[in-house]
Design a protein around this ligand. Sequence first.
Ligand code: ADP
Length: 467
Amino acid sequence: MSRLVVASNRVADLEAGARSGGLAVALGDALAEGQGLWFGWDGTVIEDDRSAQVSIAEQRGVTKATIALTRREHDTYYLGYSNKLLWPAFHYRLDLTEIAPRFLDGYRRVNRRLAGALVPLLRPDDLIWIHDYHLIPMGAELRSHGIVHPMGFFLHIPFPSPDILLAVPGHDWLVRTLFSYDVVGFQTRSDVAQFARYVEEHAGGRRLSRDRLEAFGRSIVTREFPIGIDVAAFHATAHAPAADAHIARLERRSMAGVHIIGVDRLDYTKGLPERLKAFRRLLELYPENRKAVTFMQIAPPTREEVYAYAEIRQELEGLTGAINGEFGDYDWTPVRYVHRIVPRETLAALYRGSKVGFVTPFRDGMNLVAKEYIAAQDADDPGVLVLSRFAGAAEELDQALIVNPYDVDEMTAALQHALTMRKYERRDRHRALMKRIMQNDVNAWRESFLAALRGCGDRRQGGMNAN
Ligand code: ADP
């Protein structure tokens, strides 16, 4: 069997087990099965005049090869091109992008350096799987070293429409580098369609079949592989005795019996201010919810070095204070805002203990919180998911209450609908949603991607690929 080599910006802590989340566990399991290699940045930043060496460590049968970034690389590759340009642009926020020539230069250089550091670690029969927007050109850099292995890339964030992508300096080069892979995977059909449109309209390429595109003299498999969670494990966590204790404590401490929950990194793509405004409208329009419903928003800090993130934090704190000031009383705080990471066991219990999961990003590659909320529910008396139509998950989860995250009144109406929904309807919707997330769980995601990648390797060995 081939060895699996995964490259991603960060390498997960495989000892953290369930705490590190489904993706790390799923990739960790696949790597552990075949004594695989996981390669990426170690999370540290060193001064520019020091040189970074690859460190090798073994964890749960997996070799972890990690490397530091210099300060300049961190500023240009990580904070700059990846997080001040690709992240906002790919989430349709051109207004928040920052453009500087040194960003693109740093991004190229780091991808080149990382590829160069990975080459000596590769073996002839490896399958290579590269992840996410930080490392789009890494495959092309590996090819320039003569690496001919089957190589796949998966984009965890949305792929934007060509009109947006054209505003990203380096867009033509980025798309060309994607044609160095054998398989390019996206979260949704809509992402695949946007990519195909760019290739056909701006890169002189053409579609060969439903999941094959040709451009720059190469043909690649390109398809959606919707990412999922480990449904059974998450459900078990939400129903463990420790979860019962969490829920009992929540009920004891809160005068309001009903909770709406939101869980997101504190990111401007998540639609948090509009969500708070919809909750305020709910209290205004339907006063029966006062002292009866609490909105708990868990939003830990993230990427605080980027200015746009400091701004969103201030806005959210201001709105929370205003709502609590206007409606709160000595025995009820309408919004509970938790600005920290919560252990997964607690999170699972909070989802289960909440009647509504409120997940309204402006744009999201997939949104795993939506799937976690469904997995945590009690099938006999489940809560209701209110979900943005612009989360990738909405393509699969059409039995949620689907809303426009920009339309505060529509979200308010959906909240009221969720809070008053009869049990039989909640059960029917939940059953359909559970079925979807179990079909597309994280193991199905991993296996279908790897099967597509192995298929390309086989084609090539059989001499069928003209690439
Ligand atoms: P993104 O990848 O943009 O952060 P997702 O919804 O796809 O969005 O994934 C977020 C993951 O982070 C989920 O697994 C969620 O449980 C986890 N998470 C989000 N907020 C917290 C928090 N406060 N504490 C612990 N885990 C969190």
